[in-house]
Design a protein around this ligand. Structure first.
Ligand SMILES: O=C(O)c1cccc(O)c1O
Length: 568
């Protein structure tokens, strides 16, 4: 007798484990080329700590950790996490600001074979719950409070909603982070008591090391599984391209959970190269300048609006910034006007960086001619980064023409975590990732970013999904319909504008913004501007796509702004 297979998965089935797999022929090629070396985070940290134990690795707040100290703390945390009942392969949400604990925690998780899921300090309960559900996280690690927000309270709320998140640890050591941690154990307890007798690494190069968060061009953020092999390749090459060695002093000024200050080359690339990481817990230029002077910082990564602030305030800061050699700028388009000011004002070489957490990263090279450094966003890391630039019909554009950027290569993912519909949209059958960016290639093989095809707002480097914000607006009882669009902004690059058709009495813009905030999402997603309209103009085709509607509204707004300027 045969029976049809039935789904027997019990309701409490374990969520799927993250994997990332390249087809065999590609994996073989990437190994043969020496890109993938079966290195792991846990192992290389131990190697560095053995080779130069007394060299400074991490500076932040009142902490100054050598490589030996960082290695010891990572081991202590690894032992502590496992001792508390976490098992290899479990996912752990890391929700920490720029403090040394961030680095000890991720290194400790790597060492234990646990999988960090990176959240930004700006994220709130709605996003954190989404990441926790999507990843099947069993633990959450946060600062007690930071920048006026109570993360311990968020932890309680999260556990109320998702009992699966059975473990919480609170970092409370740094002077900038002070609050009773509530009922939760502290990282300091683990540092102090856990046995450090754990292996340097229990992972293989092909294992997923962590889940990074996508910018979320459609709907909610997706989870990006990156392997030890592929990510460490980018660290090694990024450090080389950016000229990092043991003398490098990297300043983490952007939130280091971002892929850019994490890995391009970021704090991980700096540690890989044996350099020193200095963490700035607040993004304001004065704090950064003080650290640059005190720690003789040589390199940092900024988004364009932060660069503007640096250019503005550096001359009168009274700080000696002479140690700076490279200023990297990425996350959003940098205007040539501003790019030109970097060397005269900051005395450092500008490096443009165009990358994505899904993989592909492009750099201008330090010895490139000014024309390339100022006008392009660089070229890929790897000779095996494959680039396609396609027209709307999917045909290659003529050389030099703009088109949709697709890519595959030794460090670009082939799939998001546990998300078949996003994977069907975002990847071609032969494994290319559709980046959503519109680019053209120069005769030198450098990319110039023209814009993007997807409907997200790139607000000072934070990518915001229009759809996600529209859904929050639609939950308001006085909102009939809403469309969120990007508007060019001199300072932010782009800001967000919500067009809203009211239902009944028109709400006040401030009420709508408060409503959005109260939904428990990151502040940078709250619309910068709200415009009420009677209706959305219909076109000949009665049913207009959201995408076309947003484009139409954006065009209307720009026209209106132009008329206003002309009338002045
Ligand atoms: O996501 C990005 O914007 C980004 C920018 C520069 C470098 C990176 O690695 C990135 O992920």
């Amino acid at each position: 007798m045969t029976t049809a297979p039935t789904s027997t998965a019990p309701a409490s089935a374990e969520p799927p484990r993250p994997v990332q797999v390249w087809p065999d022929a590609f994996a073989a090629r990437y190994r043969a080329a020496g890109y993938w070396r079966n290195e792991t985070f846990g192992a290389w940290l131990r190697e560095r700590a053995t080779a130069h134990p007394d060299r400074l690795a991490v500076v932040g707040g009142s902490q100054r950790w050598t490589y030996a100290e960082l290695d010891r703390r990572a081991s202590a945390l690894a032992a502590g996490f496992l001792g508390a009942g976490l098992r290899q392969g479990d996912r752990v949400l890391v929700h920490l600001p720029n403090i040394p604990d961030f680095i000890a925690v991720v290194m400790g998780l790597f060492r234990a074979g646990l999988i960090p899921v990176y959240a930004l300090p700006a994220h709130r309960i709605t996003e954190i719950e989404h990441f926790a559900r999507g990843s099947g996280a069993r633990a959450y690690i946060a600062a007690a409070t930071h920048a006026g927000f109570d993360y311990a309270a968020l932890a309680l709320e999260l556990q109320g909603r998702l009992p699966r998140v059975a473990h919480v640890w609170i970092a409370a050591r740094d002077a900038t982070v002070q609050s009773p941690a509530g009922p939760f154990p502290c990282l300091d307890d683990l540092y102090a008591t856990a046995s450090a007798d754990v292996p340097a690494s229990v992972s293989q190069g092909r294992d997923v090391a962590f889940l990074q968060i996508s910018g979320g061009s459609t709907g909610l953020s997706k989870l990006i599984p990156r392997t030890h092999d592929d990510y460490i390749y980018t660290l090694r090459e990024s450090a080389r391209i950016c000229g990092l060695d043991e003398h490098a002093v990297f300043l983490g000024a952007l939130p280091i959970a971002h892929n850019f200050p994490m890995s391009s080359p970021g704090f991980l690339g700096t540690l890989y190269a044996g350099g020193r990481v200095v963490l700035c817990p607040s993004p304001d230029p004065e704090s950064a300048f003080e650290l640059v002077e005190r720690e003789r910082v040589t390199v940092t990564s900024l988004v364009p609006p932060l660069l503007l602030q640096w250019l503005d305030r550096a001359p009168a800061s009274g700080r000696d910034l002479g140690s700076l050699r490279v200023i990297q700028v990425g996350g959003a388009k940098l205007s040539a006007e501003i790019a030109r000011r970097v060397r005269p004002v900051l005395g450092a070489t500008l490096q443009q960086v165009f990358g994505m957490a899904e993989g592909l990263v492009n750099y201008t090279r330090l010895d490139d001619p000014d024309a390339l450094i100022i006008h392009t966003q660089g070229r890929p890391i790897s000779p095996d980064d494959e680039i396609l630039i396609l027209d709307d019909e999917g045909r290659p554009v003529e050389p030099g023409q703009a088109g949709h950027l697709l890519t595959r290569g030794p460090y670009t993912i082939r799939a998001y975590h546990d998300n078949p519909s996003a994977n069907a949209r975002s990847f071609t059958e032969d494994g290319y990732y559709r980046t959503g960016d519109v680019v053209r290639m120069t005769p030198e093989g450098y990319l110039e970013v023209q814009g993007r095809a997807g409907d997200h707002i790139n607000r000072a480097g934070e990518k915001i999904s229009a759809e996600e914000i529209e859904d929050h607006l639609l939950s308001h009882p006085q909102v009939f319909d809403a469309a969120v669009v990007s508007v060019p902004d001199e300072y932010l690059g782009e800001r967000s504008c919500a067009f809203v058709i009211p239902k009944g009495e028109r709400p006040r813009p401030a009420d709508l913004k408060r409503w959005i905030r109260a939904r428990g999402i990151a502040d940078f997603k709250v619309p910068d501007q709200v415009v009420f309209v009677e209706r959305f103009a219909s076109t000949a085709a009665l049913k207009i796509s959201r995408k076309a509607l947003r484009a139409q509204l954006r065009a209307q707004l720009l026209e209106q702004e132009q008329r206003d300027r002309a009338a002045q």
